[in-house]
Design a protein around this ligand. Sequence first.
Ligand code: NDP
Length: 446
Amino acid sequence: MNRQVKEFLEKVELRNSNEPEFLQSVQEVAETIIPFLEQAPRYKKAKILERMVEPERVIMFRVPWLDDAGEVQVNRGFRVQMNSAIGPYKGGLRFHPSVNLSILKFLAFEQVLKNSLTGLPMGGGKGGSDFDPKGKSDNEIMKFCQSFMTELYRHVGADIDVPAGDIGVGGREVGYLFGQYKRIKGEFTGVLTGKGPGWGGSVIRPEATGYGVVYFAEDMLETRGETMKGKTVLISGSGNVAQYTVERCLQAGAKVVTMSDSEGFIYDPEGIDEAKLAYVMDLKNEQRGRIREYTKKFGGEFFEGERPWKIKCDVAFPNATQNELNEEDARLLVKNGCFCVAEGANMPCTPEAIHVFTEAKILYAPGKASNAGGVAVSGLEMSQNSLRISWTREEVNSRLWQIMKDIHRICVKYGKEEDGYINYEKGANIGGFVKVAEAMIAQGIV
Ligand code: NDP
């Protein structure tokens, strides 16, 4: 590691020593940005990176609620308002028992660069709670969301901070959160994205992250004269991002053979087709069941407690959660012929795994570039809310497609190395950083 990077990271670590995920995300960015600063002394002098790793504001609060048995429950709520240089804070809410400040700061930090890459005027933030939605009744989910918003409402707003969904927060939760905000404030504004299409939501928002990650992979494959058609694909996760990644892969003529959840993965060598995907969507979004049930209906195999990376494939989409693909998995993927990995989740590949991919010179896209489609359509939802109009599916989808193309172009511009290899990680970090840095300089030392 370069000496300047090491010194920088030591300082960040001193102040955030118990935040491993945050430090991991900062290291990943610092390793490409600090060498770049040698060619951009203005950014170095203005201490842009030093400022960017310090959140503008962190809010932590108590979330008390009554469960169905009449017991008082207490969770912890958070909102990390990371950077507002290019627009209001924007980023999802995560409800998962693992949620803590380290995870939310890593997500918020990634979000700043990701939102910048979309070309839309959005700053970066992230929030959530250690609340576990699994096994809770609909009534309990509603009571929790109402209590969460009873504190959060004073920190957010259409021109201030606009949250959305993430793990454990889908259309249902956004609905309950929005209802409570509207009730407290007495105003109907675009304070959240991911709303229902009949009450201010944008069409294509549910599909956006999954579709976007495949659009991005298609652009990557094109640089090697390839397409998705006929490719064997591994997908992890079975939530929002995973489901629409499968859908778009099918549209593009690929064969998807795996999906997973926190209990294990299913392998269907025949391929997950439209009818099987419809079953998974109902299972996960309505019945709130486990992915293992797939094999009871359609055959194939369930691998308890495992992740799908040992299955032979051409393209892989890690779409579940952070650090779900390690060095050993990366080696197996490369050995079995996988030559394209596009992250649908945030930071699913460990730094060692990324190193394996870049050493092997396979196509690898970091989530801040390849999964930006979700927040991009959230940005389009904000525009539609401000204009008080709704665009059609075709219009939103074509804007999404164009945004993913533009992000790919930025990655190539900043990430192409002397031998022609496109280092998407470097390209995404520098491309996202430059726009935020320029805005921060223009706005003075704030
Ligand atoms: P969902 O809650 O809809 O789905 C999450 C999926 O990941 C589920 O299958 C879940 O399994 C699995 N999962 C969650 N935690 C773990 C874990 N610790 N170990 C193994 N599997 C796990 O979330 P999303 O699909 O929205 O989000 C998935 C990823 O994509 C996250 O990293 C998120 O930050 C990222 N992302 C999401 C965007 C969006 O628009 N929704 C935008 C950009 C990125 P189980 O049901 O068993 O918990």
